[in-house]
Design a protein around this ligand. Structure first.
Ligand code: ATP
Length: 442
């Protein structure tokens, strides 16, 4: 499979130029692996979250949402196994001092940076950010920023089940930040130190695990197809037994063909009853549930689906980015699926006399909750290009004829074709094209 020709540099430049993503604290030299999200990035991330939530809602399954704290006490991470097991092997080049993840390079070969083969010993590097909580030194408690959203779900399993009066099989879904002190943060949003995850923990009876594992693999792949990601650049890959994480019985990754190779986009893991059993043992609280039929208590088993929003955002940008020749110009266009475009429509006035009328149309659409922009300055061609570059599916132009015929020109991003439509058809057309997601706050 040929990788798309879009380079990471093109995406990084676009993100900065148009306000999707900036290096965090850039004016102070930045913080490696940490990024700030600009206005368009905020809109796009919100679209991604909404698409993910909608994809869960359309499955005929019971799923509740949850939002756990970012800080967790040491005891929580002792129980989950993270204080002991959550590390990566690191190695330094003695010559150029560059640091690598030992599993990323061949230690029998020379350093890929300086060409000398002189390595330190491989050491385990702990990936969690440690801090302390409490004002007085004597009463301080060690806490960690969570490296995954999952554990707060397991620790709250009984609370959620009891308060929601829900029975297995059911899912608890969470969207939120996670933090990992990655050894080599690289490839922009692919490997960050602060990132956001969208996770589902699916609780079921052990005997149903295989069937639900298959169901989730299918559902998650369908989600990516629905977002318009080319099936040829997606695949499911089952982990070899030696790759499995400490909690996992089986894991399949949804992989995407990035310009830097096939890489994990989402992990789908059978976690068994590892987590609930661990938290029961460490906390002394019984997290088993009671089976009315067999009259026995048991630990539900868990299938987990976990994807990073930022990694998905990067994937969607790679997938959507095109450079096309139009006449003797190059047009950069983001062919994002209209349902996730950060801006659904842009309203443009042809000259100064049309500004007020264009603003009225723009405000009417905005009042409906549609994500819109208005732009009055520059040549119309340049304004179209600016919207193409951020993936806006349609531009609506108010011109000389609009004053008399109460129609506007609607211009489509992908085909660049134009059509004349009446004022009262504008909002229905945007909603038909972009779906409910065109409304920002639903
Ligand atoms: P990798 O093998 O790439 O380090 P992982 O197997 O450690 O990933 P998981 O713990 O399965 O990752 O995390 C679930 C998802 O969270 C990943 O599929 C990815 O989309 C996202 N993710 C994990 N680590 C990062 C990171 N450092 N930056 C951005 N997203 C991440």
């Amino acid at each position: 499979m040929e990788a798309k020709q879009t380079s990471l540099d093109q995406i990084v430049a676009l993100c900065k130029r148009r306000g999707f993503v900036y290096q965090s604290a850039e004016i102070y030299g930045g913080l490696n692996g940490v990024y700030d999200i600009g206005p368009l990035g905020v809109l796009l991330k919100e679209q991604i979250r909404n698409a993910w939530k909608r994809s869960l809602a359309t499955l005929d399954l019971d799923i509740v949402m949850f939002e756990g704290a970012l800080l967790g006490p040491e005891a929580l991470w002792n129980a989950s196994g993270h204080t002991t097991n959550f590390h990566d092997p690191l190695v330094d080049c003695l010559n150029c001092k560059h640091r690598f993840r030992a599993d990323d390079i061949d230690l029998a070969a020379a350093c890929p940076r300086c060409g000398i083969q002189q390595w330190t010993e491989v050491r385990e590097f702990h990936l969690m950010f440690k801090t302390s909580v409490g004002a007085a030194i004597s009463s301080q408690h060690i806490a960690y920023l969570r490296p995954e959203t999952a554990q707060s779900i397991f620790a709250n399993f009984k609370n959620i089940m009891t308060s929601s009066r829900i029975r297995i099989p059911f899912g608890i879904a969470q969207i939120g930040k996670a933090f990992r002190n990655e050894i080599t943060p690289k490839q922009f949003l692919f490997r960050m130190r602060e990132f956001e995850q969208m996770e589902i923990e699916w609780f079921c009876h052990e005997r149903d695990t295989v069937a639900f594992f298959d169901l989730w693999k299918g559902a998650r792949l369908a989600f990516y197809h629905h977002l318009g990601i080319s099936p040829a650049r997606l695949r499911l890959r089952a982990h070899e037994s030696q790759e499995l994480a400490h909690y996992s019985q089986a894991t399949t990754d949804v992989e995407y063909h990035f310009p830097f190779g096939w890489k994990e986009l989402e992990g789908i893991a059978c976690r068994g009853d590892f987590d609930l059993r661990q938290h029961s043992q460490h906390s002394g609280k019984d997290l088993r549930i009671f089976d009315e039929i067999t009259k026995e208590s048991f630990y539900p088993h868990v299938v987990e689906c976990s994807v990073g929003i930022d990694r998905l955002l990067l994937t969607l940008l790679f997938e959507a980015y095109e450079e096309e020749s139009v006449g003797d110009e190059t047009r950069v266009v983001l062919k994002l699926h209209p349902s996730i475009a950060p801006v659904s429509a842009a309203f443009l006035s042809l000259n100064k006399e049309h500004v007020a009328a264009t603003d009225t149309l723009y405000r009417t659409a905005r009042a409906q909750g549609i994500s819109v922009q208005v732009d009055h300055s520059g040549s119309i061609g340049k304004r179209y290009r600016r919207q193409d570059e951020i993936g806006t599916p349609v531009c609506i132009t108010y011109d000389f004829d609009s004053v008399h015929d109460h129609c506007v020109t609607i211009r489509f991003r992908d085909s660049m074709q134009q059509e004349r439509i009446p004022f009262n058809a504008i909002i229905p057309r945007i909603i038909t094209l972009c779906g409910n997601s065109s409304a920002k706050n639903n």
